[in-house]
Design a protein around this ligand. Structure first.
Ligand code: GRF
Length: 219
């Protein structure tokens, strides 16, 4: 199936983060908006737990913060989705950026934002993705695999883990002396660049999506 996507123009962004998220990708998006490398603004940050360092960073930057605890809605996906959607509508959001949000986004949220939910994954998808593949585990698996390159992927979110069409990837070498920690640390600045680039592409370019493939389109 082929989909043609119009550029969003101004991005009104909601960043979603889980539990312990540091918020460095969120910060990269905030900085890029402030420096006008992205046309738009981060309007709200939504976390799953009040203690997340990312939420403190967002408050410091003067961005409204909300906490919606999935635990509170256990077994009630519709209600969890509605709680998220209420916030997204309130801030007139047109782009949802998952940045260290480790859960599967409820289907009604994905359906309400077709090709307008992005996620960043710290590996070159479709390798090293899927449920439970996050954080240190990804880099351990990369090193164990013997691969000589790794990277990060920004992709559209669909109803599964890490399977949506790929918008941007950036690669780095895996060095002989790398540990999961050194690899993660060297990759992080590339993640920030990739996320900003992906948002910039979604706001300013026409795109054609063919299955998992996203290409620039000239109408
Ligand atoms: C990043 O490594 C990202 O790829 C993954 O979660 C981590 C979030 O880091 N999805 P931060 O909170 O943005 O620093």
């Amino acid at each position: 199936m082929t989909e043609i996507l119009e550029p969003l123009g101004e991005a009104q962004i909601a960043v979603l983060v889980s539990g312990e998220a540091r918020g460095s990708n969120m910060q990269a998006l905030l900085d890029a908006c402030m420096e006008q490398r992205i046309r738009g603004e981060v309007q709200v940050v939504v976390g799953t737990r009040a203690e997340a360092p990312a939420l403190a960073r967002a408050r410091d930057a003067g961005v409204p913060v909300h906490v919606v605890s999935p635990r509170k809605y256990e077994g009630q996906e519709e209600a969890y989705a509605e709680a998220l959607l209420r916030i997204l509508r309130r801030y007139a959001i047109n782009l949802v950026c998952l940045a260290g949000y480790l859960l599967r986004l409820p289907e009604p949220v994905v359906a309400a934002y077709p090709y307008c939910v992005l996620n960043i994954h710290p590996a070159l998808l479709p390798l090293f993705g899927g449920k439970g593949m996050y954080g240190k585990r990804v880099h351990e698996a990369v090193i164990e695999s013997g691969m000589k390159v790794t990277g990060c992927t920004v992709h559209f979110v669909d109803n599964d883990y890490d399977t949506g069409p790929i918008l941007v990837q950036r690669a780095i070498p895996v060095l002989d002396e790398d540990t999961p920690e050194t690899l993660a640390a060297r990759l992080l600045p590339e993640e920030h660049r990739a996320y900003v680039e992906a948002v910039e592409i979604r706001t300013s370019r026409w795109l054609r999506v063919e299955g998992r493939r996203v290409v620039t389109y000239h109408p």
